[in-house]
Design a protein around this ligand. Structure first.
Ligand SMILES: [Zn+2]
Length: 419
């Protein structure tokens, strides 16, 4: 299709305003987006297309965060401007397609956190379809679908359900965004998959065959713990995908929207009674990342609740729960743990202790940390920020004292000390 001319700056704003005034208030301007990716194992890359379908010029421009080191071969309808870090696409008035390729494999610290082999692929959808600023008519909404393809005998699992049939793409529903793109972990290849419905959530546990991932153990653990977790975090997503992987992948757990990754060597419960799977599930439940400087809040909550959920669901005794918290306290003392961003290891052990003290303070006035955390998540969902001010406000709203929080936060270690 013929590229449309594009006028930048004030002219654009005037055009958008004029169009917005023509749209009836009860009928928001809408457009459809079809996200497709074909996995090419031999090249460890994916051929991607983003197709816009619109009757009128609702979506004017997509400005993709697509560094040249990973994204290449841009082509398609309309106007495409590629710089080193970003790609600006101006689709034609009636829509069109943008094609590109993306390297799937990604190394972090000598191991992969995404990988495409001859037999399987484990990757993030938000990596294939990068973040983009959308310029649209005011109030525009998108309806998005996703289809994945690859070798003929492969299957494809996503947080939105199986994406095996290119003729029947799955619906991508996050929140009402101007540009709703697929997010979270996905897995492809010759897979073993176990599905179940737990606490009214659709759960899938998927891993490549012959990689030693314990799908049924994982599903049993989820059946046992997820109802307790969802009591605490009622806004937990309606679907959950757990992906396992094979060799040369990160030997831990990683969370993403409505999904998490778990290495097959990770025990469901460690010797010190903490659980990588429960820790990552709490991250999935909290959903909103911490504000800059306050990563310790979400890490502390994830570590504390991974123990608390096991205690409440009967997986560990009161005594083992107390011993596990004591173990974390000793670790943080030994290695001088502090509230930090990013938080990991002894620093997260310290953060879990702060959360434990806040929970005890609340209990002493007949209140529950659960209520505070639910308020915190609700606030974060509406404001987009999860920070210590919001935590303080929720503690005080529940009738608790924020003294513990303020004392601990006053000793926060600046993040640059860690780097
Ligand atoms: Zn974590």
């Amino acid at each position: 299709m013929k590229p449309l001319p594009w006028k930048a700056g004030v002219g654009v704003a005037i055009v958008l305003l004029a169009c917005a005034q023509q749209a009836p208030a009860d009928d928001p301007p809408a457009y459809d987006v079809m996200f497709k990716a074909r996995l090419l194992p031999a090249e460890a890359m994916a051929q991607v297309s983003i197709e816009i379908i619109q009757a009128s010029h609702v979506l004017r421009a997509l400005d993709l965060n697509a560094p040249a080191s990973r994204y290449a071969d841009f082509s398609g309808d309309g106007s495409i401007a590629v710089t080193n870090e970003r790609v600006e696409w101006l689709p034609p008035e009636t829509g069109g397609v943008l094609h590109y390729t993306v390297a799937v494999d990604r190394l972090r610290g000598g191991v992969h956190d995404m990988r495409l082999t001859a037999d399987w692929g484990v990757f993030r959808l938000d990596h294939l379809f990068p973040r983009a600023n959308a310029r649209t008519l005011v109030g525009a909404e998108s309806t998005s679908t996703l289809a994945l393809e690859g070798p003929v005998d492969w299957s494809f699992e996503t947080p939105y359900g199986p994406a095996n049939d290119a003729d029947k793409p799955v619906s991508v529903i996050n929140t009402k965004r101007r540009f709703d793109r697929p997010m979270g972990w996905a897995i492809a290849g010759k897979l073993g998959i176990r599905r179940d419905r737990i606490a009214e959530r659709r759960v899938a546990v998927a891993a490549p065959v012959n990689t030693g991932f314990r799908r049924q153990d994982t599903l049993a653990f989820l059946r046992w713990t997820l109802p307790t977790l969802i009591d605490i975090f009622p806004t937990f997503p309606s679907r959950l995908l757990v992906v396992g992987s094979g060799e040369k992948m990160w030997r831990g757990g990683l969370s993403a929207p409505a999904s998490l990754y778990l290495h097959p060597t990770r025990p469901l419960v460690s010797g010190n009674a903490t659980s990588t799977l429960l820790h990552e599930l709490v991250h999935v439940a909290i959903a909103t990342p911490a504000a800059q400087g306050d990563d310790w809040i979400v890490e502390g909550l994830a570590e504390y609740y991974s123990l608390e959920i096991l205690r409440r669901s009967g997986g560990i005794s009161e005594r083992r729960f107390e011993d596990a918290l004591e173990h974390l306290a000793q670790w943080s003392t030994r290695e001088d743990g502090r509230l930090t961003d990013p938080s990991s290891g002894a620093n997260t052990a310290y953060a879990a202790g702060v959360i434990q003290r806040i929970a005890a303070d609340l209990q002493s006035v007949g209140q529950s940390l659960d209520t505070v955390v639910q308020g915190l998540i609700d606030t974060a969902a509406s404001t987009g920020a999860l920070d210590r001010e919001a935590l303080k406000a929720e503690i005080e709203r529940a009738g608790g004292s924020s003294t513990t929080l303020e004392k601990a936060a006053s000793e926060t270690r600046p993040s640059q000390d860690l780097r």
